[in-house]
Design a protein around this ligand. Structure first.
Ligand code: 26Q
Length: 858
């Protein structure tokens, strides 16, 4: 109920007088009540928790059931969250705010309790309250499941952006899929990855609310009927064969120190009951049930690939289902405010496509505006061109989405007609104007790729329709222009642009690293968690002995905590005095975990040859999931686990080298690893990693990067300066030259220089049974891919400079003052990578929103 409605009811029930002054005063009181519901002290928070435990959950306050206490705590938090949510909704409506609708197949939210408490400013109160009840809040937070509705960077970026949008008071909705199973859980069985389903809401989830009133019905399959109208014009009618029901689940998104609580709206698919009952009544129970199962399959599981899954019908339907639900929802909200005043639509609505995965939303909006709301082609197209913008997250050719024309025709026959018409108009008008009679150019830019199987190029539809297309780091955006879409850049000057990614400093420092956050609170006046640029004052303290001591003492404490976590998860004992060298990200050849692997083998060989080798002890820590069907990625995991078994138990090397592969890498594990990191491995082949965001999180927490000039590493290097980062390897240009010259990894393998014979020995080692006693050749796949497979990601070409960079790094670590200064400088200079800055860039250059601030509830 809105404040207006509450006051109206109070007037109607004669609780208050109906005159203007009284009404205004009453509104103020209601607001104050809401405010007091959202900002409370420890005693009040405790009362809420106990109340929910007893009366919402029906448990006793003497309960030892931690899960119930966690749930009661979440419910206590939700009282504040929902008070603000209502206020926000009203404010956005009152301000008639233009909104950003973020469409993404993935959101990697992680856990929400600690973050919501921090953002509401209730963390201390809750901590105190729970202590008095005999619980440790941090420990209780562990009870929550991760919301793992995403694969990696793209999904986590969406989550960071929602945090920033709410913090900055923008009217924003995230739209996605309410997957029953998020990204699989990873276990190791004798070193091999085993996947089990993620069950994040088996017993419900306190952070989501079902909104039955927002249910949508989505047609699929069928055929298009051509009707000739009395005036001779032709009307197209899509007779669908199936209908899916979309149920809305809202997850509140709490802004940091703002009064805004936006929502993430996730669609769950169900069978349309009308259809089911028809079968059922005819006695055909099996078909009715079968239909229901098929319908529920649509939102059943997240595809665990982070490049394209070739042509899967279910994935296509997932994409359409959530886009169609979201477009209907956006239109409903618009019509509530502006009924059928379509001229206003593009002023009110901005839609961001998070990669090409939601591209079908373009055709759905076109179709809806024209077929359902009667707009002309011209007007509908003009709206689409103003509303949509698209973010590209990859240059890898295998990750560029294409769907077969046949599949399109089968599932969405009417949409295919719109696609053809857009293509015709694009080729005959826009391409023809710039490249007249140029068939090669038409074929290259067309929405359809001709061939044995005709395919729809989703990225082309995004670029043609969107008013802005952005890459996610400067180098990436430059390559999008120069290599991926040069003709589009010529055709639409200024359309292709850059917005460098960012991360939310709330989750990735304030909440996950309380010791460092506390040190910052003491040394920085400003609210650094909002204005991250204020961290630059630390650069003046970077060489001050007393500050170095405090900063490094915190790092050490975090390393001790990580040591315990490592032992708990793997049984491996490591020393917190060693260098903690971290590579955490999805497993992918282009990210080159196998370059790290090869270098560890080299270190191991060097140590075996000379156990007194001058080297500070180093622990190499990995966290990574491999797509279940990605053979080589799984072999790399297996190899690292086998190396860990051998190396960690080899007493000849004096504990100077350890290898740890932490199972089930995910957001909540990242939050434990990152504060304890000394070194951040960002070693992708130059030109392949669009941006990376883990690089920013690690640097913000005082880890020093060893990395290539790729993605956001380049901008991190610019910020921290050459002295505070270890850059190695071939540049984008040099990689291109290697390719042009005909790169042959055997040139390295067969060369007898010292470093290349080291490479040879390490690769040949993988053919022996040194790491897999009694089973030689079990690790040969990696060697084969690097030699017979042609080493597509230039691992061997970068090995020597990687090894040299590691030597320099190890030496730098031995100079405690030098290392402390480097670490501090990394934290100090990360201001640019605040996701608030990314959002302000989107707002200024792409979305053109005004902040819509909810009242402060004074
Ligand atoms: C597509 C079709 C079918 C099945 C799966 C997919 C699919 C799913 C996920 C394709 C790609 C992804 C995810 C890509 C991703 O995470 N990209 C990363 O995005 C980050 C945020 O911009 C960047 O920092 C990373 O560099 C980029 O790799």
């Amino acid at each position: 109920m809105s404040i207006e409605e509450v006051v109206k009811e109070m007037v109607e029930t004669k609780m208050v007088n109906s005159n203007k002054v009284t009404k205004k005063a009453t509104k103020k009181i209601v607001r104050k009540t809401i405010k007091s519901a959202s900002k409370i002290n420890a005693t009040e928070f405790k009362a809420r928790v106990v109340h929910h435990l007893k009366y919402t959950l029906g448990d006793s306050d003497a309960s030892t059931n931690k899960q119930a206490w966690w749930q009661a705590t979440c419910l206590a938090v939700n009282e504040s969250v929902f008070a603000k949510l209502q206020e926000t909704k009203e404010t956005h409506i009152k301000n008639d705010a233009r909104s950003i609708n973020y469409l993404s197949l993935e959101y990697l939210m992680g856990r929400l309790l600690s973050n919501n408490l921090h953002n509401l400013g209730l963390f201390e109160a809750a901590d105190k309250a729970l202590k008095s009840l005999g619980f440790d809040l941090a420990d209780l937070c562990e009870q929550g499941a991760d919301l793992a509705l995403g694969n990696g960077g793209l999904g986590r970026l969406a989550a960071c952006f929602l945090d920033s949008l709410a913090t900055l008071d923008y009217a924003a909705i995230g739209y996605g899929i309410h997957y029953e199973h998020g990204l699989f859980k990873q276990n190791f069985n004798q070193g091999r990855q085993v996947e089990t389903p993620d069950v994040w809401r088996e017993f419900g989830n306190p952070w989501e609310v079902c909104r039955p009133e927002a249910t949508q019905y989505i047609p699929l399959y069928g055929y298009v009927e051509k009707q000739v109208q009395t005036d001779g014009s032709i009307k197209k009618i899509w007779h669908s064969e199936q209908t899916l029901k979309g149920i809305a689940w809202d997850v509140p998104i709490v802004g940091y120190k703002s009064n805004t609580v936006n929502v993430l709206r996730l669609w769950e698919s169900r069978a349309d009951e009308h259809f089911d009952w028809e079968h059922f009544n005819q006695g055909n129970y099996h078909d009715a049930h079968h239909h229901q199962v098929a319908a529920e399959t649509v939102s059943k599981v997240l595809y665990p690939n982070d490049d394209t899954e070739a042509g899967k019908e279910l994935r296509f339907i997932q994409q359409y289902f959530f886009c169609a639900c979201s477009i209907k929802d956006i239109i409903n909200r618009f019509q509530k405010q502006h009924s059928n005043d379509w001229n206003k639509f593009a002023d009110q609505v901005a839609i961001q496509l998070n990669d090409t995965h939601p591209t079908i939303a373009i055709l759905e909006l076109m179709r809806t505006l024209k077929d359902d709301h009667g707009l002309s082609w011209h007007d509908a197209w003009a709206i689409c061109r103003k509303v949509f913008s698209y973010t590209n997250h990859t240059l890898l050719p295998e990750a560029l989405e294409k769907w077969s024309v046949n599949l399109f025709e089968k599932v969405l026959p009417r949409h295919l007609e719109f696609l053809y018409q857009i293509n015709e108009q694009f080729l005959n008008q826009e391409v023809e104007a710039v490249w007249p009679k140029n068939n090669a150019m038409r074929a290259k830019l067309s929405l359809i790729e001709e061939g044995d199987e005709r395919m729809v190029r989703m990225a082309h539809l995004c670029v043609i329709t969107s008013h802005k297309v952005n890459g996610v780091a400067q180098i990436h955006s430059q390559l999008v222009k120069e290599d991926l879409f040069p003709e589009f850049d010529q055709l639409y000057p200024g359309k292709l642009t850059n917005v460098t990614n960012g991360i939310t400093p709330r989750r990735w420092l304030k909440a996950c690293n309380p010791l460092l956050a506390n040190l910052l609170n003491k040394n920085i006046d400003d609210d650094w968690a909002k204005n991250l640029n204020s961290l630059t004052v630390l650069s003046e303290l970077a060489d001050k002995a007393s500050f170095q001591k405090q900063f490094m003492a915190i790092k050490h404490k975090n390393k001790v905590a990580l040591t315990a976590e490592i032992e708990n998860l793997t049984g491996i004992k490591v020393s917190p005095d060693a260098i903690f060298d971290i590579q955490i990200k999805r497993l992918h050849e282009y990210k080159r975990q196998h370059l790290n692997l090869l270098h560890i083998l080299a270190l191991y060989r060097r140590l075996l040859a000379n156990p007194d080798l001058e080297m500070h002890p180093q622990v190499f820590i990995f966290g990574a999931k491999a797509a279940p069907g990605y053979y080589l990625a799984k072999e790399i995991i297996y190899c690292l686990n086998k190396m860990a078994d051998k190396i960690n138990n080899d007493h000849r090397i004096n504990n100077k080298l350890k290898v740890v592969f932490l199972p089930n890498y995910r957001v909540s594990l990242a939050e434990k690893i990152i504060p304890g990191a000394d070194v951040s491995e960002q070693i992708s082949t130059a030109g392949k990693e669009a941006s990376g965001t883990g690089n920013m999180k690690l640097a913000l927490n005082g880890a020093v990067t060893i990395g290539t000039l790729d993605g956001a590493n380049i901008e991190i290097a610019e910020e921290v300066g050459d002295d505070n980062i270890f850059i190695f390897g071939n540049t984008v240009e040099q990689i291109k030259t290697l390719d042009e010259q005909g790169y042959d990894p055997r040139d390295y393998y067969n060369d007898d220089s010292e470093i290349n014979s080291e490479i040879k020995s390490c690769l040949d080692w993988l053919d022996t049974d040194h790491f897999t006693p009694g089973r030689p050749g079990e690790l040969s796949a990696i060697k084969r891919s690097l030699l017979d497979g042609g080493d597509p990601y230039k691992v061997l070409a970068d090995f020597e400079s990687y090894s040299n960079a590691h030597k320099a790094l190890n030496k730098a670590y031995q100079n405690k003052k030098r290392w402390a200064s480097m670490a501090i400088m990394n934290t100090a200079m990360m201001g640019k990578f605040n996701s608030d800055r990314s959002i302000e860039d989107y707002v200024a250059n792409i979305w053109h929103l005004d902040a819509s601030k909810a009242k402060a509830n004074k």
